[in-house]
Design a protein around this ligand. Sequence first.
Ligand code: ARG
Length: 581
Amino acid sequence: MKFNFDCSENLEALLVETARSLDEFEGGFEPQIRQADERFGDFQANGVLPRAKKIGKNPREMAQRIIDSLPATEDWEVSLAGPGFINFKLSPDFLLRWVRAFDQPEKIAVSALGQEPKKIVIDFSSPNTAKQMHVGHIRSTIIGESLARLMIFCGHKVIRDNHLGDWGTQFGILLYAIKRENVSLDQLGEDPIAELENLYRKGTAWTKEDESSLEKARKELVELQAGNPENLELWKKIKEISMDSFDAIYEMLGVRFDFAHGESFYRDRVNQVYDSLLEHEICEENEGALVVFHPEHKRFAKQPFIIRKKDGASNYATTDLATLSYRQEEWEAEQIIYVTDGRQRDHFEQLFLTSRKWFKAEKRAIPELSHVWFGTILGEDNKAIKTRDGQPVKLADLLNEAIERASRMVIEKNPELTEDEVTRRAKVIGLGAVKYADLSQDRTLDYAFSWEKLLAMQGNTAPYLQYAVARISSIFRKMADGTTSTIEEARPPQTPHERTLARKLLFFPLALSQTRRDLKPHFLCTYLYELATDFSSFYNHDKVMVEDRPTQGLRILLCLRTKTFLCAGLEILGIETLEKM
Ligand code: ARG
């Protein structure tokens, strides 16, 4: 039988096809294929139960009917289990054929698609300008980047857009402070972005002290928004300084964007939003503001989505509506993924509800809209992570500390390395560890940041996975030339550890599709961790370089595929690997 890279898809198609000829499955059948408990099989179909419940029949009998109708094959054994599950246990021959066939990450990619390629916009990182990135920005940046890589890997066309907060009220205060202090933005010294933050802090204090300062700051903002050339010039400079500091971090993290339009890009497009929403009677006047209610929604029937403030100014919501419209119209986005902190859930829910109504009224295509939200990073005290003096932790400092700590690990293990090599490895290990700590947690949960945990060589960490890759590389380094030719003679897996590892390799596509479906990278992390663990047990039990050529061939093949999948998975997560560690 011909098989896909994702075997669960094969089995699903087979079951659907088989059920079609049976009366009790008339009207559709969803097999619901899952990974099975290893004691019972490799895949398990759970879909008979809900079907049986619906039509009031005995699920075990129904499952048995399907089993009896399945075409005969040597590829797996089928059995009935529990209240009506169908279990498939793959034959050793099948496992070998599968592991042999998927020798290139490209094949994984093509087959992992399983759907039409889509145009996907990912809105992530999106810090506010005039401030440094702090630790809170790491999650959006890292999760967004890995989702972009995953979607590209699966064959989709991705646009990465950094939706900078570059048009907010912060500029009134900042421009006022710059002018009051008479600072030249070209001579800000070593750390210009830190200088800007200081100015902003001063400005805020002044505006709190007296009314007239507040008034002046407001005026600066109005002037900026009206296009006063001097203010615009300053604003541009501030954006450049901010971008330089962001880019240094993106460079370290290996993150890039196709666009960084930012909020300012849409400032002339907000009027169209008001006009159209008014025309279609989607928004209404309410106490001087323009708002959208959603009567069909429990909370948003009363809680308004404010799209124009009382003073006539646009806000975050207006800009997001204009942005969404632009992305659909200009980029023909079929899906838009927003990666932000969980506190913005209401905003995005209201934005999505409003946009769907708006696009429907305008007879436009409605993109799939996904809010990928995440929890907070906690410090040792279980409160949002802060520095000792209560300031937000600067992202640059955190990343440098990661590299610093990893350098110590590298030197301790390999005191003979040159300084350059230490730095190279420390970057891969330190930055990988920080990224992985973030990605390996269910993103909707808060997680506690701990240097010891994330840099540990044991457990579900990046160094553990990177070490598994380096270990396999060293196996290959030690082999004499031509040894891998025994792969041609490989026999099917026999020992329990060979079988467990082969089976685990087969689940890679499942981990990818689960990650893609829920937009949660931790599924992929968990899979990679289990794969590395299964590899380790295999390697400790089953000697690779044995005399028997078919045995050696299989074992080399398993090593090779494990490495390929670990590297492909880590690459999707944005984590680099090392040949030696
Ligand atoms: N600048 C915002 C913040 O720092 C995040 C923007 C997210 N993207 C969006 N389209 N609203 O919270």
